[in-house]
Ligand binder design. Structure first.
Ligand code: CA2
Length: 145
């Protein structure tokens, strides 16, 4: 059974409390519920990590090697700044799908660049929390190939 890891980065613990016009009203707990339901449908295991600390994010990506078959990653604002997370994804060699709840290309120009995308299997942006479920499905199909 495939094991997927869903990683959320800085400030995503605040989802549902502010900026609903940008991020919707779902909370981080709602994302985890959706991912658990999706894992049941896909017959895979899923585990979760949220951290506001960059080093904890790449520690989790390193630890995924040998323990998880795929990663769903919303690195939050670190997506736009972190070469270290880019390098961690490449060094882990764990297929990773990048997710953004909002459409980063319809927002400020500083959000248009992501250091995650070149290291990722693919990227989903702007589809709300559905993006997490779609990313899990994409990873499941990728791993079945
Ligand atoms: O759209 C996304 O998922 C983002 O990764 C969310 C990040 C943002 O920096 C990226 O550009 C796009 C920010 C998450 C912060 O979420 C908050 C939610 C409620 C209140 C404050 C922040």
């Amino acid at each position: 059974m495939a094991s997927l890891l869903v990683i959320n980065g800085p400030n995503l613990n605040l989802l549902g409390t502010r900026q609903p016009e940008v991020y919707g009203s779902a909370t981080l707990a709602d994302i985890e519920t959706l991912c658990r339901e999706t894992a049941t449908d896909l017959r895979c295991d899923v585990s979760f990590l949220q951290s506001n600390h960059e080093g904890e994010l790449f520690d989790a990506i390193h630890a995924a090697r040998g323990n998880n078959d795929g990663i769903v990653l919303n690195a939050g604002a670190y997506s736009h700044t972190s070469v270290a997370i880019h390098d961690a994804i490449l060094s882990s060699e764990v297929p990773t799908v990048e997710v953004h709840i909002s459409n980063i290309h319809a927002r400020e120009s500083f959000r248009h660049k992501s250091y995650i995308t070149p290291a990722a299997l693919g990227m989903i942006s702007g589809l709300g929390i559905l993006g997490y479920a779609l990313a899990m499905k994409a990873l499941s199909e990728h791993l079945d190939r």
